[in-house]
Design a protein around this ligand. Sequence first.
Ligand SMILES: [Zn+2]
Length: 147
Amino acid sequence: MIVYDLACDQAHHFEGWFSSAEDFDAQVEAEQVSCPVCGSVNISRQLSAPYVNTGGSVETQEKPDAETALSGVDIDSLHRKFVEFVLKNSEDVGKQFPAEARAIHYEEKPRRSIRGEASRDDIDALREEGIDVYSVPGLPTPPDQVH
Ligand SMILES: [Zn+2]
């Protein structure tokens, strides 16, 4: 399985799981991939997405399924609040994110919450090392990510 960071033509970001790159292409072609927010089938792949690292202070737990855990809640406003919280309470380290997350994990740097950019490969590597990183769709993307 591979996971892609996807965005629709309304700039909603979400993740999609596919068995292969060909599978992704085929499903997009057949308009079987749609935005969970607006239902658009104009989907494009993002090369990287903003990620947040909690500095290890949060116990590892399965990410709750947003749709079941938050049913009946105004997810948009909840998500906006979360994004604001992350922005206020984490340090933007930009492309240094994987290095900083690692330094914090191995206690080479003070424990704190950071946010920044990382590729899917970086994230996989960090998770393999036991470092908790979360994808936070909706964080402002750097200029070269704006489409
Ligand atoms: Zn959308």
